[in-house]
Design a protein around this ligand. Sequence first.
Ligand code: PEP
Ligand code: MG
Length: 858
Amino acid sequence: MIEMIVKDKSKTNGIGAKAESLRLLSDLGIPVPRTYLIDSEDILGEISDEKIEQIIEFFGSQNLIAIRPSSTIFFNELPTFLYLGISENPKNFYIKITGELNYFKSYCSLIKKISVDIFDSDPDIFDDLYYKIITTIDEKKSSHQELVHFKELLAEYKIVFKDMTGEIFPQTLREQLRLVLKFFGKKWVDLIKKLDLNEEKPKMGVLLQEIASSSASNYCRGKLNFIDKYSGKKVISGFIHNGIPHDISENSFERLAKRIDPLVTKSEVSATQNLLNQDQLETLKSFNQILAKELKDTFEIDFAVNGKDLTVLNFRSSEKSVKAVVQLAVDMVSKRFITKREALMKVDPLALTDYLHPQIVETEDLKVISKAVSASPGAATGKIVFNSNLALELTSSGENVILVMTETGPEDVKGMQVSKGVLTVRGGMTSHAALIARGLGIPCVVGAVDLRINLVDKKLYLKSGQTLSEGEEITINGTTGDIIEGECETKAPELTGAFSDLLSWADDNRSLKVRANADTPKDAALAKKFNVDGIGLCRTEHMFFKKERLLIMQEMIFAEDKEQRYSSLDKLLPIQRKDFIQLFEVMSGQPVAIRLLDPPLHEFLPKDTEQLSILAKKIGVEFKYISRRSRELKEVNPMLGHRGVRLGITMPEIYQMQVRAIFEATSHVLKSGTGLVIPEIMFPLVSANKEIELLSKMIREIAEEVYVNHGVEFSYKIGAMIETPRAALRAGEIAESTDFISFGTNDLTQMTYGLSRDDSGKFLNEYINAEVFNEDPFLSLDQVGVGELIRLASARGKKSNKNLSIALCGEHGGDPKSIFYCKMLGLNYVSCSPFRVPIARLAAAQADIMGSSLKEKI
Ligand code: PEP
Ligand code: MG
């Protein structure tokens, strides 16, 4: 009985979400329909006559009743039955409640439901009859005509039932109840048998609810939402059915809303005002407020008007975009329903991705032609171009392009910089294209293995056999990985208002610092907009990719001796110095960690012979020499080869130039009084402490020289990137020679797994599907493997140098779960692409708020 639900809370314990929510509504003073609750124990065998009599006594025999299962587990084989009690007898009473047409509809609906669900009848038999009889009604059907047809349909349905069961359709509430409750009992027993015996036995209750009472003269049912699901603004929407809707069940609302089911008479919410009076609308609003205050959310409320009574049938959290979630959280703080810390916990940091980039406006005619790895979020449309030079050419005349390549390399960065987005056939989350695109903040989809590029006929071949030519328009959705034919409408991000309020609260509540990976002054300016705590990784090689710089770099690589190399580096020095001055000025006193050159030198060279011969002419070197030298630089395993600090040891001149440029820029900024600068110099791909000792000595010498030449005292820090397992294991020793260490988890993951960050995208999905890996380890830190190395290295590092600052600057620095892990290990900061900084700021705050419960979250 309703009294059982409301007053004796223990009776609803463990018998399902629906009963629980009804009890809650009732406890909050929100009226619910008259309800009788049966425990599953009562229906496991044949339901007793005594129980049936109690139910009849509770409702009276002249009411319409709904029977809904309410269980502690989701079990979609238990349907809801509506309109129990409807029959020939007494017809007049039901017609009074529902109206004559609705009487026929409801009756048809109950016969079909019982036949299909309980007697396993084929639904097509009923549907065929329905279409045969009802669809003959013409569009401008008169209500009389409709009535006649439904009457005919009912007669046919009764015949089908009789043919199937040999009996007439049960004519009393008593018989109908017995039939349905017996069915529930049997289903429940079958379910329990199917379950693993080790699992906790689920519980079920059956709710019997009054739909319409004999005293009511009108009945309507509807549902309302109080928030716009996209913007989070307060807007009322929903719909209402006048009279009893046909075949309505919890899941059929959306179907009904689309008006697929022609049996439904539906009024849009604009008409709601006519069906609900202002008082009722206000009452429903106040119910939502009560629920919002109690449950800290906003709800979609199912309600019924039964004569003068307004009751709430059900409620569920309203569907919301991330923008709406943020808006609601901030609104709730202003109403004092929740605290700022609670608001911060309401938003999924990763979902903010949608907020930060242009999004595709979803329409039904989107033509998705393929799907691949979503490597950098946002959506972009442009003409397909298959090489960087064409990208530069077309964009200079104002065209929007999407760079589509098998894979990209450093020489394509300039083309990527001008493209709206990048699509590659190969690659994974940390491939070149993915990293650069995230840094640039442009959408990127990689690992599109279903596509094939034919550079001869300049066509993109799809698996379906369709082709797209260079110059045709394509859209990529870097948030979902969708590749779409043609142009799509997009909407721009808004980073003000509720979004910036929430993030400023995040900053007030976090101890883990968040820096950005920014390679150029332009990137740094972008990072500043996202309120970073500094730059955690400046990949200096990206400074060399502008046209005139790349040529000097190439000249330096092909230098025949040290002298020539120095002469090229002398040309690069003022350029680097200027970059660093600008970088320091943009960051105005915030820390900047600069990584010395990392990639193997062949990455700066053209790939084909034609380009190599053009280069030979440009730098005035014989083609034969250039070709031999470029072959020598090629490595079978470049990622494990002559790169990172190994270049610094074997060709110290490059690092010398970079360090000199950093210190001269520091002196310049200090002299000009623009701000305090303490540069942090980082060595990539360290594997032995000796590498650091040798290069630190070089750094000290250059610092001395710059002091003397510029007459300005400055400080600096030296750090090592921990990217090889050996460096992690020897972190104790490394920490003695460094001020900080920063985990380069892209390489550290690659090296720990022995898994190529550029090529593994091809099969990682299969690995994940086969549950070999839970997720892509380049996306979210592998805490038990790579994470174990980080934990061990941090502890060893701290033990030998208690002032050691510890950071993580791989892509994992923008992944919430990895950030939680960093916080748990006590790292000082994480560093990630500028566009992921807001995600990291929120995740860092959540890590602090979770405190000791953080462990359970990771
Ligand atoms: C890393 O390896 O994690 C890193 C930050 O360096 P990069 O991605 O440039 O190799
Ligand atoms: Mg690295």
